[in-house]
Design a protein around this ligand. Structure first.
Ligand code: GLA
Length: 318
């Protein structure tokens, strides 16, 4: 059992395999679910799981040292900063920790993804494209003229998976005939709801003449921040269509009896990201079975109509 701050242990006996699972934003329901499924794997397979919250690089690197000192054999990590990739790899190597990056792929000194590090993440571009296609189809259904409509793309280009998602959404909208010069980007400084709301507010102030809005972004929180900003400016809920990604951080929003402009979300598989990464790590340590270098997961659209059933089918909700 680890004594480091922000770390908690679940699992088996003192001599069992020990695996750390570090995440960048423990307050996000997405990461809480990843941990929940990782704990399930620890229980099923009988290893010790140490969950570690590390919102910044300093905390992440210190946590890896502590984890190694406590005798762990594996680390699964969604790093708070993908540029720490080389530092994390070197720490893990020195401490003999097997390493799997989850969600956010490490970036090397050459600014390219570190494809030699085992990684499990989403098919970001494809999922982004599905967001764009959903927005285009719903806009068409509502008969909005392009001249009165604009896209509010919540961007966080510092993170490769986020950039791929928003680029995919924008490209799909343009491919569906939406004019590229009516796509406006709101760059987030922080990836939480307040950070997104700030960025969206700045963008909306610049474009007061737009009647209808389409909203996409890196994840549910990005899009929810924009939805709150639209509400703050008095844009009626029926004049905006917002589609998120994760599907886990918008359940309260979809449950609201009075619908907001949050139309739906691409539900990702927290179970694969939490349970399967843990299982892959466990088998790697125990039996020497090396996991695939690169695994990508897909998403399914949830809306007000189907979210209860889909979340149940996917094991997110009882
Ligand atoms: C990133 C995002 C999370 C979630 C994961 C999914 O880490 O910040 O909200 O979308 O990707 O892999």
């Amino acid at each position: 059992c680890s004594k480091q701050p922000g770390a908690a242990a679940t699992g088996a006996k003192a001599d069992a395999i020990k695996i750390g699972f570090l995440v960048k934003q423990p307050e996000e329901p997405w990461f809480q679910l990843e941990w929940k499924f990782a704990r399930q794997a620890a229980q099923d397979l009988g290893f010790n799981l140490v969950t570690i919250a590390a919102p910044d690089g300093e905390k992440a690197l210190a946590a890896i040292d502590n984890l190694a000192a406590s005798g762990a054999q594996g680390l699964i990590i969604c790093t708070p900063d993908t540029n720490l990739g080389p530092a994390i790899v070197s720490k893990a190597r020195n401490a003999n920790l097997k390493l799997i990056a989850v969600d956010d792929q490490f970036i090397g000194a050459d600014r390219q993804p570190m494809t030699s590090v085992h990684y499990l993440g989403i098919s970001a571009r494809k999922i982004g494209e599905s967001v764009g296609e959903t927005l285009a189809a719903e806009m068409e259904k509502r008969g909005w003229p392009a001249a009165e409509t604009a896209v509010c793309a919540m961007t966080y280009d510092e993170l490769a998976t986020a950039k791929e998602r928003t680029d995919g959404a924008i490209d799909a909208l343009v491919a569906a005939g939406f004019p590229r010069d009516r796509v406006f980007k709101a760059a987030q400084r922080q990836t939480d709801i307040p950070g997104a709301m700030d960025a969206a507010n700045t963008l909306l102030t610049r474009h007061p003449q737009v009647k209808y809005w389409l909203v996409c972004g890196n994840n549910d929180n990005a899009v929810l921040g924009a939805v709150r900003a639209l509400e703050g400016r008095g844009i009626p809920a029926e004049n905006a269509i917002a589609v998120g990604i994760n599907g886990t951080d918008c359940i309260g929003e979809l449950e609201k009896t009075k619908p907001t402009s949050f139309f739906g979300s691409m539900l990702l598989s927290a179970k694969i990201h939490g349970y399967q990464t843990s299982e892959m790590m466990y088998k790697w340590i125990k039996d020497g079975v090396e996991p695939p270098l690169d695994t990508r997961t897909t998403g399914i659209l949830i809306t007000r109509e189907n979210f209860r059933q889909v979340l149940k089918e996917q094991g997110v909700r009882d």
